[in-house]
Design a protein around this ligand. Structure first.
Ligand SMILES: [Zn+2]
Length: 180
């Protein structure tokens, strides 16, 4: 009879709702799994970041482009599976350093790898001088490409200086005093 079977199905669904770990494929069955960020925004090029980090990165990109610098993203948000793959490659000596799954801000959509080359390129120098104005900062000493969106703890520089403490160029050309 279909009716009792339906009741059993409803009962099973109710148990799965009340005990999330019993639901097939549920994340609750695996410890230390954080849910993905609620709002991911895709950047030009296909990588994505959490919505607030993406908005800040896009503003920074516009600012960089105005000075002739292109900010190309090689890696943004990563799933736990993607992070595990990178970590295993690193452990086997087949890839660059990668954090353990669950310990990377790429999984939170807050870290971005920018194709900077090395620390001597115009792109890197631009980021070093300007990223803090947009809430980004470099967090891994050995990785000049890795920047994280940390607006609460990234302090803007003093007025008229860049993120490296260097004086900003004047916005308007200085005029000679002709009042005499
Ligand atoms: Zn990175």
């Amino acid at each position: 009879m279909p009716f009792p079977r339906l009741r059993w199905s409803l009962l099973l669904a109710l148990v799965c709702l009340l005990v999330p770990g019993l639901a097939p494929g549920s994340d609750a069955t695996r410890k230390r799994v954080k849910p993905p960020p609620r709002k991911l925004v895709t950047l030009p090029g296909g990588e994505s970041l959490r919505h607030d980090a993406a908005a800040a990165f896009l503003r920074m990109s516009v600012s960089a482009r105005a000075e002739g610098i292109g900010l190309w993203v090689s890696s943004g948000y990563r799933t736990r599976w993607q992070q595990r793959l990178l970590y295993e490659r690193y452990r086997l000596g087949l890839g660059p350093r990668a954090a353990r799954p669950g310990q990377s801000n790429h999984q939170r959509g807050l870290a971005v790898d920018v194709a900077v080359g090395d620390e001597d390129t115009p792109t890197y120098r631009w980021l070093a001088a300007n990223a803090c104005l947009h809430g980004f900062r470099r967090t891994v000493p050995s990785e000049p490409w890795h920047w994280e969106y940390r607006p609460r703890t990234t302090r803007p520089p003093p007025v008229d200086t860049d993120c490296l403490g260097q004086p900003l160029p004047p916005k308007e050309p200085a005029r000679a005093n002709s009042s005499s």
